[in-house]
Design a protein around this ligand. Structure first.
Ligand code: 8OZ
Length: 361
């Protein structure tokens, strides 16, 4: 596999990525008190710095934006200081890292919300899903619909969080518009029954993600702004192609750095749901990051076809800190221990060895 374009540099805005392999955002629930990423997070990310680009785990933009215990935030000075150790550690190894900006919307629990309030959503529709809170899985709490005049405050929270990310030394930010969280809840009609300017038509349901992205791009620069979407994952939608073609086209017009697409359903077959990612890519027109169950053969084949520019890998990066080297040299991948993905300490986080360590043992 050596010598193919997957392992050659790629220009993303002002950055030169050393290869086309991206570490996808991965929630690991190991933040410390005050939802501050600890020294252990700096070690974890720096171990993975040979990725062309790292996208951090989701960081909530506010307390209201949190849906799981021990996820890190990006809204306090202590959190900025914690993340600074992460970015310094990654940069000192020659890597690049974006922060993922996250608001969970209705996927939360009153015990995580300010003053035990209801989680917020476009509409008061409770999803059939669970969150990890109080050290176990619990049904999400009944959400309440956001008032029209609350929406600018959330856009402002995203904008401030983006500024905080740059203050913490990140190379850019990714707006989390995927996997059933707030911005996707607005975009899809399975979770949005509003009758104001934020609900109804394709254009109205796109308004929230577009306003948030425009605010973030105005704050940190379009070339340092990416967006992640999952047209057929997360919330159900009756018109995903029309909805996300429209969003992709508008995001393309903003000149943002990349569109990061969860293709098909997470963990599911790539073929089940009909959707044209080629259309989406054409509408967007800039760097397209493909995600979901890729292996090196599929990535090479899609790259050769011109179907994507970069490829993100999630779970394989958990147990393979040197994933790029392993893919390049066709070394078998280590398996993830599912018991240590979410929460805990160093075990299953920073103790997966690189090949060099394995071969010296
Ligand atoms: C797994 C567990 C908790 C959160 C996502 C942020 O799916 C997540 C997530 C994944 O985007």
């Amino acid at each position: 596999m050596t010598g193919n374009a997957l392992f050659e540099p790629y220009t993303l805005g002002a950055l030169t990525l050393s290869n086309r392999i991206v570490m996808a955002p991965l929630t690991r629930n190991r933040a410390g008190a005050g939802f501050v990423p600890g020294d252990i997070a700096a070690k974890y990310y720096s171990q993975r710095a040979t990725a062309g680009l790292i996208i951090s785990e989701g960081a909530q933009i506010s307390q209201q934006g949190q849906g799981y215990q021990d996820t890190p935030g990006i809204y306090t000075q202590a959190q900025i200081d914690g993340w600074r150790k992460v970015t310094d550690a990654v940069h000192s190894k020659g890597g690049h890292i974006f922060l993922q900006l996250w608001h969970v919307g209705r996927v939360s629990h009153v015990d995580l919300q300010p003053n035990g309030q209801a989680p917020v959503a476009p509409s008061a529709i409770k999803p059939e899903t669970k969150v990890f809170v109080n050290n176990s899985f619990a049904d999400v709490s009944e959400p309440r619909a956001l008032e029209f005049d609350e929406i600018p405050g959330i856009v402002a929270d995203f904008r401030r969080a983006a500024a905080n990310a740059i203050a913490a030394g990140f190379d850019g930010v990714e707006v989390h518009g995927a996997n059933g969280y707030l911005l996707e809840q607005f975009a899809k009609d399975g979770s949005n029954t509003r009758t104001d300017a934020y609900g109804g038509s394709v254009e109205h349901r796109a308004r929230m993600i577009l306003e948030v992205t425009a605010a973030v791009a105005a704050e940190v620069g379009a070339e340092r702004t990416g967006v992640r979407i999952s047209p057929v994952n997360g919330v159900t939608s009756t018109d995903p192609q029309a909805q996300f073609n429209y969003i992709a086209e508008k995001l393309g017009q903003m000149g943002i750095a990349y569109l990061h697409v969860v293709e098909s359903a997470t963990g599911g077959s790539q073929e089940v749901v009909p959707f044209s990612y080629a259309d989406l890519r054409a509408k967007f027109g800039n760097t397209y990051i493909a995600n979901n169950g890729y292996d090196v053969e599929r990535a090479v084949s899609r790259l050769t076809q011109g179907a994507a520019d970069l490829f993100s890998f999630g779970r394989p990066f958990i147990a393979n800190p040197d994933l790029v080297e392993r893919l390049k040299t066709a070394v078998p991948l280590a398996e993830v221990n599912p018991a240590t993905i979410y929460g805990g300490g160093a075990e299953g986080y920073t103790d997966y060895p690189s090949i060099a360590a394995v071969s010296c043992a």
